[in-house]
Design a protein around this ligand. Sequence first.
Ligand SMILES: [Zn+2]
Length: 361
Amino acid sequence: MKVRMRAIVVVLAVAISVWISSEAFAKPQGGGGSASGAATVTGKVYTIQKIADGVYYTTSTSPTATGGNHTIIVGDHDVFLVDAGATAAAGRALLEDIKLVTDKPVRWVVNTHFHWDHTNGNSIFGPEVQIIGHEYVRHFIADLDVIHLEPFKTALANMPIQVDALKKQIGDEKDAAKRAPLETQLAAKQADWEEFKALKPTPPTMSYSSKMTLFQGSREIRLLFLGRGHTQGDTFVYLPKEKIVCTGDMMETQLAYMGDAMFDEWITTLDAVKELDFGTALPGHGVPFHEKSLITAYQSYLRDLLAKVAELRKQGLSAEETAQKVDMTSHKGDFPQIQGPGAEVRGIRRMYQWMDERAKK
Ligand SMILES: [Zn+2]
């Protein structure tokens, strides 16, 4: 009797969980970037959220570097992956965790742009996988010395500094309970450093200049270059039937790195994105979002930053001083990571350089 009862309870539990997950799968995503109501599975390194049939979005809280968030698009025969991760190890961990949602092989990878946190995992893919990028991404990784150029240069240089800082913190920490998470962080950082040192820059095997359309069985995947902005070659991945757009770092739900930006073109390119018919945007960093008004808010952040930096520069401040002083706190309602005055210094240095480039034209 007891055994039978347990069997009934198990059957009921399974039935309820199936019902809950199918209910969640059928529901559109909650607004405001919330993942509530979404079906998710958690792997060793990545959390994988179902966005639509065969379309998944990854996030990670792993202490090791994972890089940008991925979109996984499962077709009739194979998988199309958006971005390759921050290290070869991250790429491999992703391929492991993807098995939680499909047993089909990854055959296509797109690099949304050349930055290391989206491309360093390229090296793990064999010749059976096509890596696609805008021709600028191919040029940057194939022709230039990416290891000694920003933003990888600083990321690599920061590794020993961060390792030493963690070691010092661990040495100073008397409480064993507080030391344990620091030791986890240290191990992760050391593993990342080894990965960084072993980096084999791997360019896309396929490039395009303005538009490329792939038919993954019955699914249409459009790769769109809509103009320069965050870098000089960013790709949007657009699924017209599903009304989903992957925005890379051109549009995040947080402030993007600006060290390679073409600022005025960035604002114009975002206008072109808003013209796409989409209901869900999956960014390179942050969380899914649904409202085009967030893009407008980011455009207004960029315009405001340009005006404020130009003003401080006119007063004779260096890029470093401006990065300390520029006050963007009026935008913190849209971008809560803004905690006080200041902006990331490499973005402001780039803005000064960009202003010089424009003045010469
Ligand atoms: Zn980026």
